[in-house]
Design a protein around this ligand. Structure first.
Ligand code: ATP
Length: 267
């Protein structure tokens, strides 16, 4: 079912065109990643979809009223503690006091933040603030989740929790948009990837020849896969780009930890 239609979306900043007459329809339940070089317009497009930035020209059509959750790339270092911030946000979302307290505890623990929940946010690192933004987005199920560089460059344990939670929302019909540079995150949560080049949104087609090296650690005595080679204390697996997404999901489900991923050509 059609959920969002971009009609001739153009965005100029100081006379410079960042998005140039973008037309596209997104369906409910899709999970989309925007990739592309720094400054190509990924965050701008996310904000336009969320209605946070007005396009210079064109319109965004929504098929029905929708609840958005938007996780920004940079989070404000407020003087509030993470706990009181999340509590207030939960209240604004109409959640019950008791449920909010429980969710903060559980999500804080899952994202390894329990000890930092009572520290003023202005003293927290950029990565920790990002996690608080992500926790906020998981407190109430939205119709559309927009994630700007979520947990990029963070530890694999937190990324694994994040991937599981996003995929759970996807299975419940939530539409997901994500701007991301990290291929492993994109492969784990997005079914369609687009790049923005010179203001134009283009479907990203996997290169059949391209292969990735996955560096894996055996977390739970999981069964070895064909082709896995010993690599330091873990294993190394070479995999085609088009197979990477389902393979990573299966590996994570089977207790493997993804320690790294890079283009075979860079090895
Ligand atoms: N409020 C603004 N005023 C002026 N220029 C802006 C503004 N917001 C974004 N830009 C410019 O628009 C371009 C696209 O920015 P955007 O943040 O969308 O890129 P991005 O693809 O998300 O980049 P990154 O990967 O570095 O996060 C950049 O050149 C940026 O400097």
């Amino acid at each position: 079912m059609e959920q969002i239609r971009l009609e001739n979306i153009t965005k100029n900043f100081n006379g410079r065109c960042v998005l140039n007459q973008v037309n596209h329809t997104f369906l409910q339940g899709q999970s989309i990643a925007f990739m592309g070089h720094n400054g190509c317009g990924k965050s701008t497009l996310l904000k336009i979809i969320a209605g946070l930035v007005r396009p210079t020209d064109g319109r965004v059509h929504y098929s029905s009223p929708v609840l958005f959750h938007y996780v920004p790339e940079k989070f404000m270092p407020l003087p509030l503690t993470a706990r009181s911030y999340l509590k207030r946000m939960g209240e604004l979302d109409g959640l019950e006091q008791k449920a909010i307290g429980g969710m903060i505890e559980v999500l804080g623990e899952e994202f390894f933040l329990s000890e930092l929940l009572d520290v003023p946010m202005k003293h927290l690192s950029k990565g920790t603030l990002q996690k608080i933004g992500v926790i906020q987005a998981f407190m109430k199920k939205p119709d559309i989740l927009l994630l700007d560089e979520p947990l990029s460059g963070q530890d694999t344990a937190s990324q694994k929790v994040f991937i599981q939670k996003v995929n759970k929302l996807r299975s419940e019909g939530v539409t997901v948009f994500m701007a991301c540079h990290e291929q492993s995150l994109v492969d784990a949560v997005a079914e369609e990837t687009y790049t923005i080049q010179a203001g134009v949104l283009t479907a990203y087609l996997p290169d059949k020849e391209k292969r990735y090296v996955l560096i894996l650690e055996n977390g739970q005595n999981s069964q070895l896969w064909e082709g896995m080679e010993r690599f330091g204390t873990g294993y190394r697996l070479l995999i085609g780009e088009d197979e990477a997404q389902p393979a990573i999901l299966r590996l994570l489900e089977n207790g493997w930890k993804l320690r790294g991923m890079y283009d075979e050509k860079d090895s």
